[in-house]
Design a protein around this ligand. Sequence first.
Ligand SMILES: N[C@@H](CCC(=O)N[C@@H](CS)C(=O)NCC(=O)O)C(=O)O
Length: 201
Amino acid sequence: MKLYLIPSACSLAAHIAVREANLDIELVKVDLRTRKLPDGRDYKNIAPKGQVAAMALESGDLLTENIAILVYLSSLAPECGLMPSVGTPEYFRTLEWLAFVSTEMHKQIFWTNFNPAAPQEYKKHILSLLPKRFDTLEERLKGRDYISSNCFSVADAYLTWALHMIELINVPINGWPTLEAYRTQMFRRPSVKMAMAFESQ
Ligand SMILES: N[C@@H](CCC(=O)N[C@@H](CS)C(=O)NCC(=O)O)C(=O)O
């Protein structure tokens, strides 16, 4: 199996999950500028959507969309608790936070911020939504180590990537001390450190 990633892109969430569960999956870097693979092939020929993350499965099928990939990866290592058991309250809570990161942060805020076609005024508006997102996260994380259950889940992996983006775009979060402490804790995890180190090479 292969996981296609672009360094520091949202595929980092799946990469963290791979390392967290110690899965035997080949990591393939896609060049952000040329959209080529290390062997010179065009990524579009492998993933017609042209986006990461994408996974080449044993069956030969390609799986795309972060949430689907994260849930798939968790199914390969059920003992890890990356996704709580189906039907439990923690399972639905994990889906809830995956959706929050995906729709309220990733696609709404980061995607717009990095989209050269988005007007500056609109980008300003989009970034002004961040404090509200931080308030929501701060409130949820009070008294908790993880965002959705009592152990590290794929929602933490996705949120850790989002907090990495926040750092990259230089938005301070020191006004949200619980969120900042959570980010520090997540960045200290061996899986996160290894994934970030690999992607920055
Ligand atoms: N709907 C997809 C979106 C994935 C996505 O936005 N990927 C970005 C990186 S964070 C990407 O590949 N951007 C390159 C492009 O759109 O050309 C998902 O949720 O997985």
